[in-house]
Write a protein that binds this ligand. Structure first.
Ligand SMILES: Cc1cc2nc3c(=O)[nH]c(=O)nc-3n(C[C@H](O)[C@H](O)[C@H](O)COP(=O)(O)O)c2cc1C
Length: 328
């Protein structure tokens, strides 16, 4: 077994905290207990207005699990995840157990390298089409984690879902509670350890587009620009429903995002219709036949933008007992 295990676990936790989270809230805590790493929801960092059920926070923790296990693998450490199904203590979401050795794959190496480059791009993307081969790679990334990625143009849901995004954006824009919550977490300095810095905002759109990105993420001090007329939109889905499916959904989402990054594609999220009261039920209904829809992504080519900071892993980790490999 790897004699550098404590270092590898530190590196895996540093990768885990690079996961995306709504408004960069980082709603996670980790407990290292010998061969186990527990992933806990930090309820104090769940957005009460946008995400009262903690659904987006659980997706974020799932994304952290994906980064954690991937980084263990590329360092030669095999692990297994047990997602806690509606545990009595619902804040313990997943337990990653170190099991033995593994030879990392080339794909894992590419994805692990993308962990520290992946970021949310809120700028206009180019009209260059996402090639069929790249779409296939993204779909198989989702399949590889036990989920599904559905491109909305291919599935005939494009106009229905983009209309829901626009409607939800209008609802949230006129909701004082939502606006106050968004204001609390955005417009930060670039080195702020959480929240969304202004440097990661996009420009305002010069003409209304097919979808609108959040107005809370618009930098009004830069000139308006035209956004792509035909953005590629895709949905992350699982067959199952419930809190365990949300953690799994986050793992699938992150693997898709890392695959996109490794392929030179930019990504951003469109979560408004999940969050707005008037659109949520219709959004779930639109995908009913396919399973549970977890997140909507915009994917395309664009210039990279700024990385946002994170709280250091040590700040969100408790070591109950030093990392060890199990006796085999
Ligand atoms: C479940 C989830 C929902 C999100 N929804 C949105 C969204 O609707 N709009 C947006 O611009 N970013 C959204 N984000 C992206 C976060 O704001 C972003 O991950 C965070 O600010 C950290 O920045 P980074 O992704 O560049 O590392 C979402 C992220 C997650 C995990």
């Amino acid at each position: 077994m790897n004699v550098f295990l404590p270092l590898v676990v530190d590196q895996a936790l540093a990768a885990a905290v690079r996961a995306p989270s709504p408004q960069n809230t980082q709603p996670w805590r980790f407990v290292v207990d010998g061969p186990r790493i527990e992933v806990w929801l930090d309820r104090d960092r769940v957005l009460p207005v946008a995400d009262p059920a903690g659904r987006e926070a659980r997706l974020s923790c799932g994304a952290a699990v994906c980064n954690l296990m991937l980084t263990l693998r590329v360092n030669g450490v095999r692990s297994r995840v047990r997602i806690v199904p509606d545990a009595a203590d619902r804040d313990l979401l997943a337990v990653v157990s170190i099991e033995g050795n593994i030879r990392p794959s080339t794909v894992d190496r590419k994805l692990a390298e993308a962990v520290f480059r992946r970021h949310t791009n809120r700028r206009p993307l180019s009209d260059r089409a996402v090639p069929v081969a790249a779409r296939a790679l993204l779909r198989s990334a989702a399949l590889g984690e036990g989920g599904q990625l559905e491109f909305l143009d291919a599935s005939g849901r494009y106009s229905q879902v983009s209309a829901l995004i626009r409607r939800a954006e209008t609802e949230q824009d006129t909701d004082p509670a939502f606006r106050a919550e968004a204001a609390k977490w955005t417009g930060r300095e670039l080195d702020s350890p959480d929240g969304v810095p202004t440097a990661a905002f996009g420009p305002p759109a010069d003409v209304p587009g097919v979808v609108s990105l959040r107005s809370a993420h618009e930098n009004q001090s830069i000139p308006p620009r035209q956004f792509e007329q035909d953005p590629v939109l895709a949905a992350v889905l699982t067959r199952d429903q419930g809190t365990a499916a949300e953690v799994r959904g986050g793992m699938i989402m992150e693997r898709v995002l890392l695959t996109a990054t490794a392929e030179g594609l930019a990504t951003s999220f469109l979560s408004q219709p999940f969050e707005a009261r008037s659109t949520r039920a219709q959004l779930l209904e639109a995908f009913r036949g396919l399973g549970q829809v977890h997140t909507l992504l915009r994917i395309g080519y664009g210039l990279p933008t700024r990385l946002t900071a994170r709280r250091p892993a040590a700040e969100v980790t408790t070591v109950r007992s030093a990392p060890v490999a199990p006796a085999l």
